[in-house]
Ligand binder design. Structure first.
Ligand SMILES: Cc1ncc(COP(=O)(O)O)c(C=O)c1O
Length: 366
């Protein structure tokens, strides 16, 4: 029997046709498709505009630059997240400040954020982890510019508003296995036209009179054409994600595992389905060679990663953290396959494998 992969994109003839049409048109670098993709995404999120870039980490980097974050400034973020955030902050020579997460939502804990704010805090990066928006009301109330990281949360909502419409800026990723994909790709969205035009200026070096530094981190027309097709499919992608999450919840609730929960004022899109169980480590090990690709939902918490690099300036700033909820989530959580392309037979395969592993661990409550 084939292994069930942890993630894979949903692509059909519609994406192939859209990309082929662009290739035939001869206009392959940033143009009308990119502009249409920016308008469509901003429209869906409910903000004034979007600027397409080459990746999520580029979107983060340019957002920090647009906000004027500089050497020595502090940027608060969780440690239970991928290293993209750390790279973006280090590129602008700012100091990453890690806050712990909330046990229920895996998102940054605003009570811990409050303890970590200083006069040097210039921005906060708030990822909506695994498809669930963070406590935006409390976080925005600190008055520090918030970059909403929606790499895993396009289409989720908080108090009736789309994720990505609540901070100063929001960033998206269209990496191959993200909520929608263009291979690689990203976007910054915002209501602030001034910030958007700074990002637009930064993403392209060509034909500039000034001597400021610019990148080339544009999206291609092929990617944007694919993104437009994917964006149209977003409602069905999310519906399928919720359907699979429902199947998992029904089948797993009698076991001694903690399943993802969603506070009443939010709409989860189940980008990931992280479950907490004493068997997490065993499942992850089994997932490397077995029939089901169980994975850690985060490669390594950032404070554990920087702790490996003692004697470096990075460690000088980020050593000595105590983030108990982050450490516990890392030890106890495993992500099981959940994505729109997962067939019902594969969902069954995951459940069979998982429930028999949980029964062997004597976790069953009858
Ligand atoms: C929360 C979060 N932010 C940012 C990124 C970076 O996106 P990209 O891989 O497109 O650079 C990722 C990707 O893994 C992510 O999960």
């Amino acid at each position: 029997m084939k292994t069930v992969s942890h993630s894979r994109p949903s692509i059909d003839e519609n994406e192939i046709a859209a990309v082929s049409a662009v290739l035939r048109s001869g206009q392959i670098a940033q143009g009308v498709q990119v502009a249409a993709f920016e308008r469509a995404l901003a429209g869906l999120v409910g903000v004034r505009g979007g600027v397409a870039v080459s990746s999520g980490v580029a979107a983060l980097h340019l957002s920090l630059l647009a906000l004027g974050v500089q050497e020595g400034d502090e940027v608060v973020m969780p440690a239970f997240v991928c290293t993209a955030l750390l790279h973006a902050v280090r590129f602008v020579r700012a100091v990453p400040v890690f806050a712990d997460i909330s046990r229920e939502t895996f998102t940054i804990d605003y009570r811990d954020v409050k303890r970590r704010l200083t006069k040097k805090t210039r921005a906060m990066i708030v990822p909506h982890m695994f498809g669930l928006p963070a406590d935006m009301r409390e976080l925005v109330a600190f008055g520090v510019p918030v970059i909403e990281d929606c790499a895993q949360a396009l289409g989720s909502a908080y108090e009736g508003k789309q994720a990505g419409s609540l901070g100063a800026l929001s960033v998206f990723s269209f990496y191959a296995t993200k909520v929608i994909c263009t291979g690689e790709g990203g976007m910054v969205a915002s209501n602030d036209r001034e910030l958007l035009s700074r990002i637009e200026d930064l993403r392209d070096y060509d034909e500039k009179e000034d001597t400021g530094l610019h990148f080339n981190c544009k999206l291609t027309e092929m990617q944007a054409a694919m993104g437009l097709v994917q964006l149209k499919k977003l409602p069905e992608f999310i519906a399928r994600r919720r359907e699979i999450a429902g199947k998992y919840e029904d089948a797993l609730q009698k076991y001694q595992v903690i399943l993802p929960s969603c506070p009443e004022n939010r709409e989860h899109i189940y980008f990931r389905y992280p479950i907490r169980t004493k068997s997490a480590r065993k499942l992850i090990e089994a997932g490397l060679t077995g029939r089901i690709a169980y994975r850690r939902p985060v490669f390594k918490p950032l404070h554990q990663y920087t702790a490996l690099h003692q004697h470096t300036a990075l460690h000088q700033h980020t050593g000595g953290y105590s983030l108990p909820e982050t450490d516990a989530a890392f030890e106890e959580t495993v992500s099981i396959p959940l994505y729109p392309a997962l067939a019902n037979g594969e969902v069954e395969q995951v459940l069979q494998d998982l429930t028999s592993a949980l029964e062997v661990q004597r976790g069953i409550i009858l």
